[in-house]
Design a protein around this ligand. Structure first.
Ligand code: ATP
Length: 198
């Protein structure tokens, strides 16, 4: 079974596009959602976090002390890199477990990750899709979706590679703007992946 990575900047519409693939019967692994879940379930990750950021990273009942972690990694690239170096391999492990359980007759699966290129995860996929959208449209969509300010969206955007950097690493592009149908673009790629999987 082929493994296809899909990414895009904040608000580019990658989750929306994954939902279209799901309607075609393609399973999607949502890496960012899984990353949050495994913070309290993956014992190797939990030990790593406690060793690196202190036992107070978790409350006695096992709940993650988000405030403690955020206070350390916020605006501190070195500490954030340490956290990512623990979380990314744990997400890779979770993906492999998930993927191994999928029915083998499926042509391909999708791995959706905001930091697909930044984490090195794209190297484990056979092909990678980049979703792009106009800057102003991304900001408008996210401010509305998350009820946050433009400044907060820009701060989140600045932590990611630019589309220009990601384009160099992507095999396929989906343009999620007001002039192009995402459904037709997904159908084209789906056809291509079905052929590739044969
Ligand atoms: P993030 O990285 O922040 O999770 P994302 O790339 O997964 O973002 P989505 O959540 O899919 O982006 O889309 C952002 C918002 O824009 C959502 O509210 C979604 O419904 C809307 N949206 C995305 N694409 C379209 C589209 N083609 N037409 C209308 N609304 C759209």
């Amino acid at each position: 079974m082929l493994k296809i990575g899909i990414t895009g900047g904040i608000g580019s519409g990658k989750t929306t596009i994954c939902k279209v693939f799901e309607t075609l019967g393609i399973p999607v692994f949502y890496a960012d959602t899984v990353a949050k879940q495994i913070m309290t379930t993956d014992s190797i990750l939990i030990e790593g976090i406690k060793t690196t950021f202190g036992a107070q990273s978790y409350f006695e009942d096992g709940v993650l002390n988000n405030k403690h972690i955020a206070s350390i990694v916020f605006n501190n690239e070195t500490e954030l890199n340490k956290l990512n170096a623990l979380v990314h391999p744990a997400v890779f492990r979770a993906f492999d477990e998930w993927d191994a359980k999928l029915p083998q007759h499926l042509p391909y699966s999708l791995k959706e990750a905001a930091l697909l290129f930044e984490s090195g995860s794209y190297e484990m996929c056979d092909k990678n899709i980049l979703v792009t959208a106009p800057h102003a449209l991304k900001i408008a969509r996210v401010t509305q979706r998350d009820n946050v300010s433009e400044e907060q969206v820009l701060a989140r955007m600045n932590k990611q590679f630019t589309d220009r950097q990601k384009l160099k690493m992507a095999d396929y592009l989906i343009e999620n703007n007001e002039n192009r149908s995402i459904i037709l673009q997904v159908l084209d790629l789906h056809e291509a992946f079905l052929k590739m999987a044969k």
